[in-house]
Design a protein around this ligand. Structure first.
Ligand code: SF4
Length: 467
């Protein structure tokens, strides 16, 4: 996917004024977090499972080469093919090559964030292969020439009227705002596409080393039709998705469904183990797995390795106050929210993605809900340090920090400055107790009043033994 605009601040300003988006985001706040909380309360062992999942992922990442090679040999044993792709471009080319080998004109696609990451749709289209998204949210976005704003609910930024408008325009049917009618319309349109497709492309939530299987979890069943009807099935996924055994996979499935949508289990959990065998009633004749690296192996052994534990559940963004206010498009690339703020700079470079690790209040909610206990605020802090070391931080912030450091190293001056600032801010606030304009703090006061300091400084209170 092309970077639409890496300028988070600009995007966020636009998003905050978008009435339709704000309405849609209101539904998110009342939906996933509440459902997750109910599901977690119903499972007393949930916290223990999180520890187990974290430890297992750490073990996998420490032995990634072994499990990936085991997975590869099992896929081959089952009659499939594995293609190792270091970059997004390598993956694009390999997928196109497979499509061209079978003379494919159209491909159906299940939802895959890795395919977004490698900008697959645009690449296939530019080379004469028509991709058709079959996940309902992705289908709507494709009609609107739009991109996902959430990793499991890609069209969450849209309202019913937007969907109705898109269907009316593209399906040439009477306009309806009845969700059941719209659903039926999409079903009818997509059925024909499923049957006519030459190739089906899906992602994979996990790749199982002991059996050479891939698994997709969906709530619509579109993934099953995508991978069983066409003669060729291509799985495009990334290297950190490998798990040792089927039993290990079930641990992650239990956490994934509850953390993502608050379900005890996702409706469709579909395994693919090689191409169709003799006696099978359905399934593809050709089975390919495209394993994408795209910067991930460089994270192994670094301070960012923990990020590779991510199982793409979306809990961090569902609970993030920043994501909840501006939505996913403000992040400017494929992965939004706290997980995107860590992953995106790795993939597009801190020079382009530097705004993202700064788009956080560090409230810590993301880490507290992450099923694999990724320390997201700590990782964002690492990126901020990285940015600072590379002299990418804006000069106002650098000089501000240098000024603060100067005073912080001189306690007497620091206390005097604190007292003077306290007095100054209280005077500015006057009887209202709020400041509506403050030099050098326009980012705050442009959008809300800043409360005046409530009384004595921390050091004064400390001295007086009030704390
Ligand atoms: S970082 Fe954690 S909470 Fe966020 S999507 Fe990944 S696994 Fe889920």
């Amino acid at each position: 996917m092309q970077i639409k605009s890496p300028d988070f601040k600009k995007n966020a300003r636009i998003a905050l004024q978008d009435v339709g988006l704000q309405k849609a985001l209101g539904n998110l706040k009342a939906g996933f977090p509440v459902k997750r909380s109910i599901a977690v309360d119903r499972m007393p062992e949930f916290e223990d499972l999180r520890d187990e999942a974290r430890d297992l992922k750490n073990h996998i990442l420490g032995n990634l080469d072994i499990y990936l090679e085991q997975f590869e040999s099992k896929v081959i044993e089952n009659g499939g093919h594995v293609h190792w792709c270091r970059t997004a471009e390598d993956a694009q080319k390999k997928i196109l090559e497979i499509c061209q080998e079978v003379d494919a004109k159209t491909v159906t696609k299940g939802k895959s964030m890795v395919s977004e990451e490698i900008n697959l749709n645009e690449y296939l289209e530019a080379n004469g292969v028509q991709p058709i998204e079959t996940d309902l949210g992705e289908y709507i976005l494709q009609l609107r020439e739009d991109h996902p704003s959430h990793i499991i609910a890609p069209a969450i930024h849209l309202n019913l009227e937007d969907v109705s408008e898109a269907f009316h325009k593209h399906h040439k049917r009477p306009k309806s705002d009845d969700p059941a009618v719209l659903m039926q319309e999409a079903r009818e349109m997509l059925r024909k596409k499923f049957v006519a497709a030459d190739v089906g492309i899906t992602g994979a939530n996990f790749c199982v080393a002991e059996t050479g299987s891939t698994i997709i979890v969906t709530n619509e069943g579109n993934g099953d039709l995508t991978q069983t009807l066409p003669k060729t099935h291509i799985v495009v996924t990334s290297i950190e998705k490998v798990v040792p055994t089927l039993e290990d996979m079930t641990l992650f499935l239990r956490l994934l469904a509850r953390s993502a949508t608050g379900q005890e289990f996702t409706v469709y959990n579909t395994l693919s183990t090689g191409p169709r065998r003799e006696g099978d009633q359905d399934g593809p004749e050709n089975f390919h797995v495209v394993l994408v690296d795209n910067g991930r192996s460089e994270m192994v052994g670094t301070e960012f390795q923990d990020m590779l534990r991510c199982i793409r559940c979306s809990a961090c963004m569902n609970h993030c106050p920043v994501y909840g206010s501006v939505g996913g498009h403000a992040y400017g690339w494929v992965y939004p929210g706290p997980m995107g703020s860590v992953l995106t700079p790795q993939m597009i470079g801190i020079e382009k993605g530097g705004n993202l690790p700064n788009a956080s209040t560090f409230c810590g909610k993301c880490e507290s809900v992450c099923p694999v206990r990724i320390p997201l605020p700590k990782l964002m802090r690492h990126w901020r340090e990285n940015e600072f070391e590379k002299h990418l931080t804006p000069s106002a912030a650098r000089y501000g920090l240098a000024g603060w450091a100067f005073f912080a190293k001189r306690p007497t001056m620091y206390r005097m400055l604190s007292k003077t600032s306290n007095w100054f801010l209280r005077t500015m606030a006057g009887k209202k107790g709020k400041i509506s304009k403050l030099p050098l703090a326009g980012g705050w006061t442009d959008f809300r009043d800043m409360p005046a300091p409530s009384g004595k400084t921390f050091m004064q209170q400390w001295k007086e033994g009030q704390r």
